[in-house]
Design a protein around this ligand. Structure first.
Ligand SMILES: *Cc1c(COP(=O)(O)O)cnc(C)c1O
Length: 346
């Protein structure tokens, strides 16, 4: 069952909203025992890479595209650091809607680019960063009255609340902390709204502290100033002017949480640890939260025995180049046992 059917009563649906689905949501909520133990916390990972296009964007996209269909939109448009375009292109394809994608040229992981193209979107790579691409997508949406499916679209954020609901359903309560990577700051806003809505409905106890982790080279919510030239290996959060900055600030403040920034090196270290200690391969942006927790632990600022939900936003397979820059290449040998004996000793 797709998200729209599963959470029918919690979404703003009408009888005219088509209940489309590619099988999104209901992703694994894994106890990460090895890493959790070394951090001294009860750590869980919400594996959003298990969604149909490999990221959490599908949760919001299913509702945004359903609403575009209901409103008889001519086409869908988005700006993207990669995952939004993959998701928009897939759901548009299934819905029979044309999809236009505007990307920062040369700054999108190859797997994501391949997705947008193979799903049949018209992909435009603009010379400029994501913030420029979003400006253009919004202008194009106005000029041709296209449905814009970035996180300026309220249905996107509403759909993404479902991640918070699933966590509460699984834990039987809200976690103590919910830690997310922050780019355009939509997802952290959506999760907070999801927890608050669930508590109000009596479906969970309490709400978590929201912790937003940015990459040091793109950390306007930590520094307090917009960033003209965002730069980080975590391309999904390479954003200098988050459109949801105000809402995200309010959410984090209300929750008693905070924002922090981590270096690219820390992100890659966390990615490698998560894969090699837990068997979970998440893309670089998704590993910023773990990098943040590792930093807090080192600084003695991680409260022990806390129950922490980490949102592993996207699948590592989308960006093999970055992973291999850290993991290296296979060892090449002759095809003989003699050669194997020299390098392999279990
Ligand atoms: C989009 C995305 C983010 C950032 O989410 P925002 O809502 O823009 O803050 C983080 N990680 C991945 C993998 C993403 O695709």
């Amino acid at each position: 069952m797709g998200l729209l059917e599963r959470y029918e009563d919690l979404f703003p649906l009408t009888s005219a909203t088509p209940r489309i689905s590619l099988g999104e949501g209901n992703t694994p909520f894994l106890p990460l025992r090895n890493v959790g133990k070394s951090l001294g916390v009860k750590l869980y990972g919400k594996v959003e890479g298990a969604n149909p296009t490999g990221s959490f964007k599908d949760r919001g996209m299913v509702l945004a595209v359903a609403k575009a269909l209901e409103g008889r939109a001519r086409a869908v448009v988005c700006a993207s650091t990669g995952n939004t375009s993959a998701s928009a292109a897939a759901y548009s394809a299934a819905a029979g809607l044309p999809c236009y994608v505007i990307l920062p040229a040369g700054k999108v992981a190859r797997g994501k680019l391949a997705q947008a193209l193979i799903y049949g979107a018209k992909v435009l790579a603009v010379r400029g960063n994501f913030d420029k691409a979003l400006e253009l997508a919004m202008a194009a949406s106005d000029e041709w009255r296209l449905a814009i499916v970035n996180s300026v679209n309220p249905y996107r954020l509403w759909g993404q609340r479902s991640g918070a609901w699933e966590i509460c359903d699984e834990l039987g309560r809200a976690p103590d902390w919910c830690v997310l990577p922050v780019g355009n700051a939509g997802n952290i806003t959506a999760y907070w709204a999801g927890f608050v809505q669930y508590r109000r409905m009596g479906k969970c106890q309490g709400v978590p502290r929201m912790v937003g982790v940015q990459a040091q080279g793109a950390s306007p919510l930590v520094s307090g100033v917009e960033c003209d030239k965002p730069e980080t290996v975590a391309t999904a959060i390479r954003i200098g002017r988050p459109v949801n900055a105000q809402k995200a600030r309010a959410a984090v403040k209300m929750s008693g949480g905070f924002f922090m920034a981590v270096s690219d090196e820390e992100i890659l270290e966390a990615q490698s640890l998560l894969a090699s200690r837990e068997g979970v391969f998440a893309e670089p942006a998704s590993c910023a939260p773990l990098a943040g927790l590792m930093r807090l632990k080192r600084d003695g600022k991680l409260p022990q025995a806390t129950t922490i939900a980490m949102i592993l936003t996207g699948n590592g397979l989308k960006d093999p180049d970055t992973a291999m820059s850290k993991a290296g290449e296979p060892v090449e040998v002759d095809g003989t046992m003699e050669a194997l004996r020299k390098v392999m000793a279990p």
